[in-house]
Design a protein around this ligand. Sequence first.
Ligand SMILES: Cc1cc2nc3c(=O)[nH]c(=O)nc-3n(C[C@H](O)[C@H](O)[C@H](O)COP(=O)(O)O)c2cc1C
Length: 362
Amino acid sequence: MRIPPDIVSLSDYQRYFIARTEPTVAAYIDGYAADGVTMRANEQAFSRLKLIPRPLRCLKGATTQLTLFGDKIPTPILIAPMAYHRLVHPQGEAATAKAAALTGHIFSVSAQSSLLLEDIALEQQAPLWFQLYPRRRLHENYDLIDRAMLSGYRAIVVTIDAPVSGVRNVEQRAGFSLPADITAMNLTRYAPEEIKQTRPASPIFQGMLDETADWALLKSLLNYSKLPVLVKGIAHEDDAAQAVEMGVAGIIVSNHGGRVLDSMPASLDLLAPIVRRVGGEIPVLLDGGIRRGTDVVKALALGAKAVMIGRPVLHALAVGGLQGVVHMLTLLQTEFEMAMALCGCATLEQINSQLIWKDDGQ
Ligand SMILES: Cc1cc2nc3c(=O)[nH]c(=O)nc-3n(C[C@H](O)[C@H](O)[C@H](O)COP(=O)(O)O)c2cc1C
């Protein structure tokens, strides 16, 4: 696939994606819960913060390298778990994994990937994480963790913020449904999760929530997994503290890109209190609305150890396949390095809250 020469930023990929993608698929990928209050807040929160550069500092030997769970990785920008990459490209997650391998980015594969987690891991050099939506039958969670470990995945991400999917009006209006040839391949071997119809008058509370994940289930997964377990979707500092106490290896502050509970604050606004409470004991990551290298700097300045990007990956995969994802990741990494250099930071440790302009009205 030829990449259009006027694609020079992540938003350019989105423009081409919208123009070229079947509207129902675009509605699923770029959609949001309800009115998009949270999705917009994610991006606005980054625009609101301003950076104050510190020139003339020594930048010799500058690097964006960091260590996460014992792995040295070249960049703090990771690929967020997203379902069904084959919706936008026939090679789906295999192409994304290859792009991650070529550029050194960690790729978190979704439980709902459209290729088998085992196949995505084949021949890939990328450090892969596996994301799990907790399942009601405990042994299926264990089986998925075993499968990920046997396939060489480096960490498990347990997503806790979507016991029900959000009010997806954008998708509903567009009439999105999964094409017959695309399924959550990892899950087809397990019996469907049946919903007990105990209270027919209540469309959600009719037994569906009787068996959703709770802290006890998370504890079981932590006890079982030999891989580090991160929780994704923590928004409250008390929940962060409880997760640390339970022994999670990392926290991902996220509002699911505004796709679940509309009216949640921007994930960037949730970050600082959680970082403070966690107190450096484990890494805190952030996702939601990262579109520029300066956004990465801002997230790190407020205490994130690393960030994840979501929709831009699927935009780039749709427009340019493997090359598109490599190009998009390179654009973001280049912008990030540029922003670090302009801010006077030679290492990730030098990115701190002093870079954030405190507008005290003077
Ligand atoms: C199409 C799509 C599918 C997603 N699927 C999953 C998923 O399977 N598991 C999960 O934990 N998060 C999922 N997410 C949420 C992302 O991991 C991430 O939190 C969010 O996209 C980050 O926001 P951004 O898109 O603004 O970068 C999905 C997001 C999108 C856009």
